[in-house]
Each structure stands twice: as C-alpha cells, then as structure tokens.
Ligand binder design. Structure first.
Ligand code: G6P
Length: 367
C-alpha cells in the first residue's frame, strides 16, 4: 500500500505497523551466511577497526537513535562515544581528528544542521558513515560511506519506522565493529545476530496488542504534563517516547533519568500526575522500581511497561503492559513500539491531526 494510508486513518499508524518488515529489510542484505557483512554498503573494516572515538551528529529522533548506539558502543566495544545535537556540535569545540568515526544519522538526509556538522567533522579529518533513509540525499552524498535504512517513505512528521531502522543499522554496525576489533568471536556474533533477528517478531507481538495500549492512552487525554522515567537504556528509550508524545499530543512531557528525580523534577509530581515508566534492564530494575515508589508516594499515576519476565512483586500500578522479553540491550525494539502507539492513540483520541503536528516540519533545511 505504498503511496497511501491503506486501511489506516493516519500514516503514522501505517508506518508503526510497517516496522517489523522494515527492520527485516534493513537487516537482510547485511547478514550473509549468518555473519554481519557491510561490504554491500562499502563500509571498509579498517575504519571500524582503527577508529579510537565514535561521535554521533544528528537531530531529534535520529539523535535519540544515537543515544541507544552509545550504550551499545560503550558496553560492547568499551569505547568512548559522544552523541551531539548537530546544531550544537560545531559550536562546542568538538574534539575530532583522523581517529574519529563520525556517524551522521538522518531520515531525510537533508537536515541542514546535520549536514553542516558532518562537513565540519570531515574537515577535521574524521571518517564518516551516514545512516540515512532517503537515497542520494545531501548527507548521503557528503559522507564517506552510507548505510541506508530500508524504511521506505516516511510521511508522518513524527518519526517511527525511520528511528527503529536506524537502530537496526546501528546494531549491525556495532556488531561488525565488535567482530573486526576481535571482541566478538563467531559464537558471540551468532548469539547477537540471533537476538537481533528476533527484534521484528518481538515488535510484532506488541503491535498485535495495540488495543491494550489504546486503553492506557485513554487515561492520559486530559493530562497537561506527563513524565517518563527510567535509567540507562530505559532513559534513552523514554527520551524518544517523550518526544513522540509531546510532538503529536501537545502534552508537555519530560523524560527523566529516574535517579535524578530527587534532584529536581520530583517537585512537580503531585496527585494523579501521569508517569510512564519502562523497566527493561536487569541491572537497573530494583533501582527503577524504587524510583517508581518515590513518585507513587507523591500521588503519581504510574503506567509501567515492563519486560515480561521481570517480577513486579505485588505493587499496585495504574496500568501494567508486559513487553515481550529479549536480551536487555534489544528491549528498545518492543519498548519503542509500545511508546509510539501510546503517543499515537493519545493524539488521535484528542482529535488532532496526528500526521501533521503544528509548527513542525518533516524536513528542516534551515539552521
Ligand atoms: C525534524 C523532524 C523530526 C526529525 C528531525 C531530524 O525536526 O520533525 O522528526 O527527527 O527533523 O530529521 P532527519 O531527517 O535528519 O532524521
């Protein structure tokens, strides 16, 4: 149903539902004989092997994809990584040299901030890989190498399938880096790819339960403010979840690293303040649950998106949605689908133009 909304009322819903296929398509040409192979993209192993720093330049949703990649690069590769808003990058005296690998992430490939940041980094000698959805776009042409996401055209202003296919491309890139740097052996690479292969199916499981998420969304229609809390990868996931909700529902939403609540935001939590929490990371689970109790004791109404095999004991929540379980670092796939649907239904039930939120443009070519 390319070129139309098909059976869906909005492009955003169609694009959310297309994600499992888009993820498979983005993965397909890059896995050859059970191994990650970026030769079709022309990305040489040397730049993945020899770089000493990785830096993302991107805007909006694409920048949030970079944050997830950062967690992966640090945990899998033990390498330092920066993720910068492209619009801030050039003015922050970034430390960039020939040993830096710059990743420019962009759906459109035309965002001027990202393009300028990439040009700046290349002038300083950095090598670059762009992760782009639109073939032949300006950023794709400027970059040394390009990995195209295979999301297909994304029409809704709020990005969904572009984001998750960016994640897929970045997971593949990091997997290849781990291999060429001698961190993954064949067995670890296989286990990593096995999990990644399951991401589309786990996402589908969430999409199949969209009506349950619609029910949760109905409770949020009258909210003026909402908070999204979590730590580590959950926090990165929620930054994107909060951006989705604010972009299309106009509910002021703040994602907060939940350990930081006590240093500020908790002052804003009062009776019935909606709080969305994701709990998907084993090492953070207990701390996250204790942060949830802190906001509950101030009266917050907490919806928890929890990895299904985590035990929530007998605590009471306004709502609980169980996310299909994957290894922790892959939980971003099912969790993102859930948060996208939440924002979508809030916007739709408020009677808003989901696909065309006020003041926002799909492609931003002004600085
Ligand atoms: C605009 C869009 C956002 C998008 C950002 C970056 O502001 O409204 O949804 O995340 O640009 O776009 P890009 O095409 O570079 O990914």
């Amino acid at each position: 149903t390319r070129g139309g909304k098909g059976k869906y009322p909005f492009y955003m819903e169609k694009e959310i539902m297309e994600q499992p296929d888009a993820l498979r398509a983005t993965m397909q040409s890059r896995v050859v004989n059970g191994k990650i192979d970026l030769s079709a993209d022309g990305v040489p192993d040397e730049i993945l092997k020899d770089c000493e720093r990785v830096c993302v330049v991107a805007c909006g949703t694409a920048m949030h994809a970079g944050l997830v990649a950062k967690a992966l690069v640090q945990s899998k590769l033990g390498m330092h990584m920066n993720v910068e808003y492209a619009s801030e990058f050039m003015y922050s005296d970034p430390v960039i040299d020939e040993k830096t690998l710059v990743l420019a992430i962009s759906q459109s490939g035309e965002t001027i901030d990202t393009l300028e940041a990439l040009k700046y980094a290349r002038k300083k000698g950095a090598k670059s890989v762009a992760v782009i959805n639109v073939k032949g776009s300006s950023i794709a042409r400027e970059s040394d190498y390009v990995m195209y996401t295979v999301a297909g055209p994304e029409i809704a202003v709020a990005s969904t399938k572009a984001y998750t296919t960016q994640l897929m491309a970045l997971f593949l890139l990091v997997g290849r880096m781990a291999k060429v740097r001698g961190i993954f052996d064949d067995a670890t690479e296989k286990a990593y790819l096995d999990s990644l292969t399951k991401a589309p199916d786990k996402m589908q499981e969430v999409l199949d339960q969209k009506h349950d998420i619609h029910k949760i969304a109905r409770e949020m229609l009258d909210a003026k403010d909402a908070f999204m809390i979590g730590r580590g990868l959950d926090y990165s996931i929620l930054l994107e979840g909060a951006l989705k909700l604010k972009e299309i529902s106009y509910i002021h939403t703040e994602a907060y690293a939940s350990g930081e609540l006590k240093h500020g935001t908790i002052a804003l939590i009062t009776e019935n303040t909606p709080v969305v929490a994701t709990v998907t990371q084993s090492k953070l689970k207990e701390k996250e649950l204790s942060n949830i109790r802190e906001v509950q004791s101030r009266g917050a109404s907490v919806v928890v998106f929890v990895k299904e095999d985590f035990d929530l004991a007998d605590a009471e929540y306004a709502d609980v949605f169980e996310l299909p379980a994957m290894e922790d670092e892959f939980m971003v796939f099912p969790a993102s689908a859930a948060l996208q649907l939440l924002a979508y239904y809030v916007s739709m039930d408020k009677g808003l133009d989901v696909d065309k939120p006020r003041n926002l443009a799909k492609v931003v070519t002004v600085e």
